[in-house]
Design a binder for this molecule. Structure first.
Ligand SMILES: [Zn+2]
Ligand SMILES: [Zn+2]
Length: 85
């Protein structure tokens, strides 16, 4: 008798790549090229395109979060990395 298959994939919201474990997803998110922006208010990462409509005003796409403004609440992951060296 076939057991019920639990589909418990962990999918990166930024690039839609799927991972078997939550840990694998966490590791991926550190290097995901499509999750370039980081919100310091809620800690979420997302694609630049999801945070801005016009390339000028940026706000956190997380509905529960009111973080906005590039270099205010939102940072590019690369920038964060380069400033800590
Ligand atoms: Zn990804
Ligand atoms: Zn946020």
């Amino acid at each position: 008798m076939e057991a019920r298959v639990r589909r418990n994939m962990h999918t990166c919201r930024n690039c839609n790549q799927s991972f078997q474990t939550e840990l694998a997803l966490e590791l991926h998110r550190d290097t995901c090229k499509k999750g370039q922006l980081f919100c310091q208010v809620c800690g979420e990462r997302f694609r630049e395109g999801t945070a801005t409509q016009d390339g000028w005003h940026y706000e956190c796409p997380n509905e529960d979060c009111d973080g906005d403004g590039l270099q205010e609440d939102l940072y590019r992951v690369e920038d964060v990395r380069t400033t800590t060296h």
